[in-house]
Design a protein around this ligand. Structure first.
Ligand code: 6PG
Length: 472
């Protein structure tokens, strides 16, 4: 029996690359894009391959073997709904629609219900790894209908990244919108680690006055680090090494310091607030991007507001060691916060997500892949219900060993007036998390004082209210 074909709708660069990946792995592809440009690019990139390109949705659906499997690679948002609307007119009961975009998880729940009512299966599927990953092996995070997942699993397992010791980087992430939830949090962690890397760069550049070439050498050395080594450190070394073809010097120094964002980091922070999970490193990374956007205001404020400018005058090797250990701990805290959020969401939304599996599929292919993910996976295998991996013995040891370095890194940044937005937030998070007592006793007193909100006591059971005014 001939291998059943696979449909890909949406042929931007990610869609084209996933289509080529699927074809390279032995599955005939039917590829659809209404517009000429992407369709023509797909035609030329797939010349001589088992890919049929069509610009007609009727032909697209008609060419697919039943029950059909259609992967949407459309920019998240209204475009996804439009393609789904068009497809629904032609699909038949039992067909599977997979949304491979960065869709917001409530949209995925809504679409799943709609398709379910029409007898169709829907799989919300996070795909990470950028253009290269899409072509050569991404990390794939599908969720939704288990039966539908089983039908697409043979293809996903073939096209996903492979880790040397741990199989294909795809797993069933759980019921309903679990796949897109896991991908959203992946991106939240991505925001956190990227901002931490940028703060290291800033402390070395503005705090210690190092030229880009020397900062590049630091990141280059860290690519080999068992603690911080991973894709984001690798590409940091790559970005810092790039020379400007237009005028020479480091290209990074010519780039406008205003960061973009498409929403996944913000959604992670919003969902964490809704679920009551503290993820300050990840949330502050969103704030850092927002602050970076206030370029004009910052330019004006820089002429009015003053702060310390004294450069770091200590030993440089010592500074690099401190930053390395601080980055290591802050990366651990970023994964811990993100996985804590997924754990909580899984309970709240009944996803049934296995965190050891999530960590395993992040070991290769995705943007946040790093050497830390193997020990993280092992920790969750040993203690699947652990609320926060920071108290697992292997990570508690890292916290206890590296907290002095993180504290020192924040002090050094503060002393030279360099913002340590995410490092500072991480330090406060860790100091809070390891505190038996926080000042919320006074907070409760204040709430009871002005609003009779009541409080509980350490020394006896019950709910109390006091008259706080001195005249009473
Ligand atoms: C990935 C990336 C990818 C993209 C994000 C982040 O996992 O391959 O996360 O999905 O880079 O959309 O984008 P922003 O930084 O623009 O929010």
């Amino acid at each position: 029996m001939a291998t059943d074909n696979f449909g890909v709708a949406g042929l931007g660069v990610m869609g084209r690359n996933v289509a080529l990946n699927i074809e390279r792995n032995g599955f005939p592809v039917v590829a659809y894009n209404r517009g000429d440009e992407n369709a023509n690019r797909m035609r030329s990139e797939s010349a001589g391959k088992n890919v049929t390109v069509t610009q007609s949705i009727e032909e697209f659906v008609a060419r697919l073997n039943r029950p059909r499997r259609v992967l949407l690679m459309v920019t998240a948002g209204v475009g996804t709904d439009r393609v789904i609307d068009a497809l629904m007119e032609h699909l038949d009961a039992g067909d599977v629609v997979i949304d491979g975009g960065n869709s917001h998880f409530p949209d995925t729940d809504r679409r799943a219900e709609r398709l379910h009512d029409a007898g169709l299966h829907f799989v919300g599927c996070g795909i990470s790894g950028g253009e290269e990953g899409a072509l050569w092996g991404p990390s794939i995070m599908p969720g939704g209908d288990r039966e539908a997942y089983e039908r697409i699993a043979p293809v996903l397992e073939k096209i996903a990244a492979k880790s040397e010791d741990d199989g294909s980087c795809v797993t069933y992430c759980g019921r309903r919108a679990a796949g897109h939830y896991v991908k959203m949090v992946h991106n939240g962690i991505e925001y956190g680690i990227m901002q931490l890397v940028c703060e290291v760069y800033d402390i070395l550049r503005r705090g210690a006055g190092l030229p880009t070439t020397e900062i590049q050498a630091v990141f280059q050395a860290w690519t080999e680090s068992p603690q911080v080594g991973g894709y984001l450190v690798d590409i940091s070394a790559e970005c810092l090494a790039k020379t400007d073809s237009d005028g020479g010097g480091a290209l990074v120094e010519k780039i406008l310091d205003t960061a973009g964002q498409k929403g996944t980091g913000k959604w992670t922070a919003q969902s964490a607030l809704d679920l009551g999970v503290p993820i300050p490193t990840l949330s502050q990374a969103v704030n850092a991007r927002i602050l970076s956007g206030l370029k004009q205001a910052r330019v004006e404020a820089s002429r009015i507001l003053t702060g310390p400018t004294a450069p770091y005058a200590g030993d440089l090797e010592e500074l690099v060691r401190i930053l390395h250990d601080a980055l290591h701990l802050a990366m651990v805290a970023s994964y811990a916060q993100g996985l804590h959020l997924i754990q909580t969401a899984s309970k709240e939304f009944d996803y049934g997500t296995d965190l050891a599996e999530v960590s395993r599929i992040w070991k290769q292919g995705c943007i946040i892949r790093s050497r830390l993910l193997d020990p993280i996976k092992r920790a969750y295998m040993e203690q699947p219900e652990i609320e926060n991996m920071l108290v697992h013995p292997s990570f508690a040891a890292i916290v206890n060993d590296s907290l002095p370095s993180l504290r020192r890194a924040v002090e050094l940044a503060n002393a030279s007036g360099v913002p340590s937005t995410c490092f500072g937030a991480t330090l406060a998070y860790l100091d809070s998390y390891r505190s038996e007592f926080l000042p919320a006793n006074l907070l409760q007193a204040l709430r009871d004082n002005f609003g009779a909100h009541t409080y509980r006591r350490l020394d006896k059971e019950g709910v109390f209210h006091s008259q706080w005014s001195r005249e009473a």
